[in-house]
Design a protein around this ligand. Sequence first.
Ligand SMILES: [Ca+2]
Length: 385
Amino acid sequence: MFAMKNWVLVFLIAAALCSVINSESISICEEARRTDAECGSYCYAVSKPLLQMAPLCHRKDQEISELKDKLQDLQRKVSAFEAQESHCKIFDELTSLRSAVESMANSRSVNTSDASVELKKCQDRLSNTIGCRNSRTLQQTLTETRDRLKKCLDKDANTTKVEESKAEAKPEYPSNYLGSKNPIVILKVQVPDIAPFRVRCNNEIAGPGWMVIQQQVKGSLVDFERNWETYRSGFGDLHGSHFIGLEKLYHLTKSQPHELYIHMVTFQEFVTQAYYDNFRVDSEAEGYRLIDLGKYSGGAGDAGDALSFNNNQKFSTLDRDNDSYDRVHCAREYKSGWWHNNCTESNLNGIYMRTDEASRWGIWWRPWQRYTPFKAVHMLIRPKL
Ligand SMILES: [Ca+2]
């Protein structure tokens, strides 16, 4: 605008000069104004370029105005970009927060108190960011992060409850495994006058709540030809063949009445069972005598009562002859620790045979299949209801 004003001012001065200098020639010019050549005056020659420059100045002003508008537009865009960049930074922070929350929620190694402290920090940081922007997407992200924090806190609280529950749940017998729906459960149990110990529970063979006191199964070769001390303590693998131990049997069956279920399978896949409605073993001082076997029943696939023959007998091992057969050491004769009488009608702690060839050293139940060795045997006990 300033440039234009200057040009107009020059033009006016020149026009005034023209008016003064050529006042005498006006009449001549008027007669000859049809063309510039006819006018031929000095004044017109000077003012003509000025007149030509005026429209040019006007266009420049328009261009400058347009440029100013563009500049303002660009400034608005820059401001918007800066605001967007600020959003991005907050987004990045939120993303980092979400990752931290998820990591904390999924990590089992996080200490509960530490997690609470970290979550409090996350909440403080979120509080500082809330309200800074009103972007819809940002608000959504904030909401999601809050939800994750809440879940994290809830999970943390639940974990604490579970841990407390576990801490309070002392091993006991038998209420802590009777309700289990899993076929096989390994649990630590507590019975009076003996340290807690782990047992295998089988809820599959004869229903829920049965504890495995002995089993021999294919693929788990465990030597059952053992001495007194080993039978006293127990041996083998809870996940395979094993014997629970006579001392545990004594305390278990002393603590409350038990029933006994014996499950047997031949190599031809014949299955049978023997059930006794009572089962109790005496103390070591009494040679872990089998003092109460109760009433026998076999149900479907009746195996026949073989164990009653061993009732009221002490336990015998390779190194301890407690049987009722003076001339024979039955545990050595049948290669098994057992409640031998003048030997036995069953030999469930015998040697695991790889074939079904009859052998009195093997695992057998004489009333059923005589000395045919078994592919699998399980002895289970359960508190009487
Ligand atoms: Ca003997």
